[in-house]
Design a protein around this ligand. Structure first.
Ligand code: PEP
Ligand code: MN
Length: 346
């Protein structure tokens, strides 16, 4: 069962609902989004019915949700959510109405490489910078990222370009440190079902970019999002980044139908990563076109000033003419789907 609070509900009104439910031996999970607060109830549903929660001040609705992902379910939240990323003066929306380009290097390597990539990304229309300081690499011998030094570089590049920063966290212990520097915390495909990490990012007070596990069903992905939401944070953006199939001609198979499927099931925004799904530079543009056409709320694209020298994922990184072509295509295509390219809001 879910209690949806009115947008103008006070913290005391939320507390009253929580107290009543606790008195009926129920557990509550309060999740705050930009537009409203939702309270998930766990316990004896019949007992909750007798509490007359709908009659309490500040309560907009009480909904029985049978799905295993109550807080992120679209059922009680028919309007799709917008998640805002960045500090005051640099808030970037991700959600319906806009198409948000998130771009940058797969890994932070040097201050100059990160700055160059960020400037290329910004010139192409990116409103957010992506870049990994902690890299979850399949091989333990591959470059693992610069760690905190990489976070400091990202913060300097944010200062220089004004682009808020999205970066991955791979270990629950690192969440407070990464949250100090980042504007949005990314959970990667290999960690989608790392429940301790999901709970830690849910408590961190920063928006979360949750990539789909490469072996996860849509329902498993939404339950992973529910772990984040249950810890109090509804500012979650889902990222379809390709799944493992029998096909070997691409790195992963982009599940384009997951975008409308997830948008029907959940109110959360959904973006597409055409770089990690195809794993090939020549596929980034066609997959981006498909993502925009299918209704994605944004794109996550690898760019690098010198892909041949990249320490991570060079073969899928865009630069030069390829990146300019993506920029031109987005400027043409985004209005056709009744969206605007997202820009930081004052
Ligand atoms: C990334 O975005 O750099 C990354 C490692 O992606 P994924 O988790 O989708 O492989
Ligand atoms: Mn990568």
């Amino acid at each position: 069962m879910v209690v949806v609070m009115r947008p103008d509900a006070t913290p005391e009104q939320v507390e009253t609902v929580v107290d009543r439910v606790r008195a009926a031996r129920g557990e509550t999970f309060v999740s705050r989004g930009v537009t409203r607060t939702i309270i998930g109830l766990v316990g004896d549903v019949e007992a909750f019915h007798t509490l007359n929660l709908r009659g309490l001040d500040g309560v907009a609705d009480v909904v029985r949700v049978s799905s295993p992902y109550k807080l992120v379910d679209r059922h009680h939240h028919p309007d799709r959510s917008v998640v805002y990323v960045g500090g005051p003066g640099h808030q970037v929306p991700i959600g319906p109405g806009t198409l948000t380009l998130v771009a940058g290097p797969c890994a932070v390597e040097t201050p100059q490489q990160t700055l160059d990539a960020a400037e290329m990304a910004k010139a192409a229309g990116a409103a957010l910078l992506r870049g990994g300081a902690y890299k979850p690499r399949t091989s333990p011998y591959a470059f693992q990222g610069l760690g905190e030094k990489g976070l400091r570089i990202l913060a300097e590049v944010r200062e220089a370009t004004g682009l808020p920063v999205v970066t991955e966290v791979v270990d629950a212990h690192d969440v407070p440190l990464v949250a100090e520097y980042a504007d949005m915390l990314q959970v990667g495909t290999r960690n989608m079902d790392n429940f301790a990490l999901l709970q830690a990012v849910g408590r961190a007070g920063k928006p979360v970019l949750l990539k789909r596990g490469m072996q996860a069903t849509v329902e498993e992905w939404l339950m992973a999002a529910e772990y984040v939401a249950q810890r109090g944070n509804l500012d979650i953006v889902l990222c379809e980044r390709g799944i493992r199939t029998f096909e070997t001609s691409t790195r992963n198979t982009l599940d384009i139908s997951a975008v409308p499927v997830v948008q029907q099931l959940s109110h959360l925004p959904v973006v597409v990563d055409p770089s990690h799904s195809g794993g090939r530079r020549d596929l980034v543009l066609p997959l981006s076109r498909a993502a925009v056409a299918v209704g994605a709320d944004g794109l996550l694209v690898d760019v690098h000033p010198d892909p041949d020298q990249a320490l991570c994922d060079g073969p899928q990184a865009l630069e030069g003419a390829d990146l300019r072509e993506l920029a031109t295509t987005l400027r043409r295509l985004v209005p056709v789907v009744d969206r605007v390219l997202a820009e930081p809001m004052p």
